[in-house]
Design a protein around this ligand. Sequence first.
Ligand code: IPE
Ligand code: MG
Length: 237
Amino acid sequence: MDGNGRWAKQRGLPRVEGHRRGVEAVRSTIETARDFGIEYLTLYAFSVENWRRPEEEVGALMNLLEYFLKRETSTLISNKVRLRTIGRTQDLPAKVRRELERTVGATAHFTEHTLVLALNYGSRTEVLDAVQSYAAAVQTGEVDLHDTSWTTFARHLYTADLPDPDLVIRTSGETRVSNFLLLQAAYAEFVFLPIFWPDFSRAEFAAAVTEFNRRERRFGRTGEQLAPTVPAISGTG
Ligand code: IPE
Ligand code: MG
């Protein structure tokens, strides 16, 4: 979700106003994902690098997060959306942690739709945390160092029980990944949109999904291997 600040700047408004409008786009995006039958929606809300922003902006983002959780929990419950987080949430302010725990707890039993908030998230810190957890598992004998696979290692990522993303959308015109799900997006399709996050509407979401459906996903195979086999016409009678 990128471009809140520029959206505001373009209108001569303070950056925080862009973030406020960004929250509205979050609301509608959650609703749209649900309507489209998307089972997992992950929103990159705050990165480990975002702490480098001015204290005032970081504070405003945390307040908005708290406000969002307070206001949206009932909607998540009535829409049967489970909330999960990825990232070092233990380092978020106590008031945010409290709201997160409340909402995660209140929605934990839903299975149809999952909203994942990436909070204080970064792929590199995720790798470090995973390696630490993996090494501990090797030490206890739970994991055999010599009998290892990606699946075994991936169980130590924040996303252990979440599927890899099929589609990654970035708004604002930047064509960077910015430390987001680097490992999980190994085979994701990317769509970069030239619009700012507050302008990400249902129509934009639908267009990105249409673009996704046009892509041929080969996962290392050839296009021929994927093409439906044409039944051979044989015989003369
Ligand atoms: C939203 O957009 C990103 C966050 C929620 C941290 P930005 O705040 O990065 O907006 P720009 O890139 O400055 O326009
Ligand atoms: Mg940005």
